[in-house]
Design a protein. Structure first.
Lengths: 317, 308
């Protein structure tokens, strides 16, 4: 009888203890995360909701009469989906992402493989040079390339004409080449960053694997395909997701280099949000655009997460 | 006997010629492999040198043009090495823009954001990696979703919010909203997880409080990660264009990157290239100097970000 009571008492005490620990952990967890969470709540969560509410109104800035924004339901979205310019912006953003993300990954991987050669000298020097453009701002990078590509002053149009190409070639000012040129400049600026990540991934692969494959008579391609690529899988996931999400946000290059032109050929969604909100003062419309972009990004993010999980499951199975 | 010897000698001779043939073949293969190796190494060097040139060439042009008289820059055909040099672009730049003030603003802005957000991010990362509290999983999921919100979508309400607080065109206005960032929290959390738990358990048995464990055990063990997050923060804010461009409309708080954008197409399209390049160089130089000091550890830190 007494032992039973003491047992249940001990049980109670343990339960109490567990509860006390849980309560203490919760307190500690809240205390540590609070400073960051408060900042994020005020300047990310709250504005995100606010943007959605604004997207349902005809809100404007700079309107002479300070009339309150009127609730108009999903009218902004309807107008948006019916406007041809919007679909041009979506197309431009997707074209940019589909060109930029694979190119930056392939270039980064190619130079990581080159720099990973054991017999190579000056690796540090090459790596630093390739990383350098990543440190400077997109603004400075854009200014430099704008000058070099300038049809009336630039070295590249001059060299092209010397080689028998067209004179005063205007890569940024021609509809067919403007977006590709912006992609090129962004790859130039960013691939060094991804290269460093790949290089670390490559250095983590055991040399024994390659030796064993050589003994089995594997070709260089087979070694790459069956050892290098699978080992780089986590690195790939990281690089692709950041490359894609980043490419949906493209703005600075467009702002400095082309202002969305010529003939809207480089106008991306983010650039359009900027001109609608801060140029035309159409806050409701710009907010609706923001939400369309947010949903596009979420979809890509979720697809990426889903395929990652699938691969991981397959690898376990 | 003698015939036998003769046969064996003959055999050896045959074997020898066979051996010689194999040796020659091996030698040939080895040579071939060596040639192949030399060729591929040479090609690698050529590719690397070409790309390295492409990487630094635009930056060299910025430096050269910033010291070239505008009359020379505007002649066709363009030359890599100009026929004359000048410092006029720099004097003209200083008369057009309050460069000193803008540099100071940028240092205050990027510096303050970096210090505060690295502190807040690492606190949050500690909570999310070391403390097992209820709701942690949900919190992590919410934070991951946050990373996908485009900054542009938040700009308008944040601008209005700061306006209602009277913080537009002030240091506080550009610094406060940046005091935490989700990317930094995740990177630090990833690193904190890899620090052995025994360390803090030992300290806990000795009676250390959570904050002491954070400050005296976790932080000193996470220096490379903190340095990397800090450098990313500093670079990102130093180079940021849109945020300071929208939140500051007066030179008293404008950063150098936003000031530089004012020199190009938007605002005044008549700025000569030499002056713009001088501005570009001055805006990039402080960051490049910082980069060269932390280079090795920064690159190592980035390498860490791609691994799980």
């Amino acid at each position: 009888m007494t032992t039973a009571t003491s047992q249940s008492e001990a049980h109670e005490v343990a339960k109490e203890n567990k509860k006390a620990i849980q309560a203490r952990n919760l307190r500690t967890g809240i205390l540590f995360t609070a400073p960051a969470l408060i900042v994020l709540a005020i300047f990310v969560f709250y504005p995100a909701i606010q943007t959605f509410i604004t997207s349902l109104t005809d809100g404007r800035i700079n309107s002479n009469a300070r009339r309150p924004a009127k609730f108009i339901g999903f009218k902004n979205y309807v107008t948006l989906f019916q406007s041809a310019d919007f679909w041009t912006d979506v197309k431009n953003t997707l074209v940019y992402a589909v060109l930029y993300a694979p190119i930056v990954v392939i270039v980064a991987l190619a130079f990581a493989l080159l720099l990973n050669r054991k017999d190579l000298k000056f690796v540090g020097f090459f790596r630093t040079c390739m990383f350098l453009p990543f440190v400077i701002s997109l603004t400075v990078a854009a200014i430099a390339w704008q000058f070099i590509l300038s049809p009336s002053l630039g070295l590249i149009p001059y060299w092209v004409s010397l080689l028998g190409g067209p004179s005063h070639l205007d890569l940024l000012g021609t509809r067919e080449t403007s977006m590709a040129t912006i992609v090129f400049i962004t790859v130039w600026k960013n691939f060094g960053y991804f290269m460093v990540i790949f290089l670390a991934g490559l250095q983590g692969i055991s040399a024994e694997l390659y030796e064993a494959a050589s003994l089995d008579g594997a070709s260089a391609w087979q070694k790459f395909r069956y050892i290098t690529l699978p080992a780089l899988r986590p690195t790939f996931n990281y690089v692709v997701i950041f490359g894609l999400i980043g490419s949906f946000q493209v703005f600075d290059q467009v702002f400095i280099l082309t202002s969305g032109g010529p003939a809207r050929s480089t106008e991306t969604i983010v650039y359009r949000i900027y001109t609608e909100a801060f140029g035309n003062g159409k806050l409701g419309y710009a907010s609706a655009l923001s939400y369309v972009l947010l949903i596009m990004t979420l979809i890509v993010g979720l697809i990426q997460l889903y395929t990652n999980n699938k691969h991981e499951k397959e690898e376990i199975a | 006997m003698s015939t036998a010897t003769a046969t064996s000698v003959k055999l050896t001779a045959e074997q020898e010629s066979e051996n010689a043939r194999i040796n020659a073949e091996n030698e040939r293969l080895r040579k071939q492999a060596r040639t192949k190796h030399t060729i591929s190494l040479t090609l690698s060097y050529i590719a690397l040198v070409l790309v390295t040139f492409l990487m630094v060439f635009p930056l060299i042009i910025v430096v050269i043009v910033s010291f070239t008289p505008n009359a020379v820059t505007q002649t066709w055909p363009p030359k890599v090495i100009p026929s004359a040099w000048t410092l006029d672009n720099y004097t003209s730049l200083f008369s057009r823009l309050p460069i000193g003030r803008e540099l100071l603003n940028t240092i205050v802005f990027a510096g303050a954001v970096t210090i505060i957000s690295v502190f807040f991010d690492s606190l949050a990362a500690y909570g999310l990696s070391r403390v097992d509290f209820k709701g942690r999983g949900i919190l992590l999921a919410v934070l991951i979703a946050t990373m996908m919100i485009p900054g542009m979508a938040l700009l308008i309400p944040v601008y209005k919010l700061l306006g209602s607080m009277g913080l537009v065109n002030s240091y506080l206005g550009i610094i406060i909203p940046r005091m935490a960032d989700v990317g930094g929290i995740f990177l630090l959390r990833q690193f904190f997880i890899s620090i052995p738990k025994d360390l803090d358990n030992a300290a806990r048995i000795d009676g250390a409080g959570e904050f002491r464990i954070f400050a005296q055990i976790i932080l000193p063990n996470a220096v490379p990660a903190i340095l990397t997050v800090g450098m990313f923060n500093f670079m990102g804010n130093w180079n940021d264009l849109l945020w300071p461009l929208i939140m500051t409309s007066k030179p008293e708080t404008r950063t150098i990157t936003a000031g530089l954008a004012m020199l190009t197409g938007h605002g005044s399209s008549v700025t000569p290239y030499g002056v713009v390049m001088a501005g570009a160089l001055i805006s990039a130089l402080p960051l490049l100097i910082v980069f060269f000091f932390v280079q090795k550890r920064f690159v190592e830190g980035i390498a860490m970000t791609g691994m799980k």
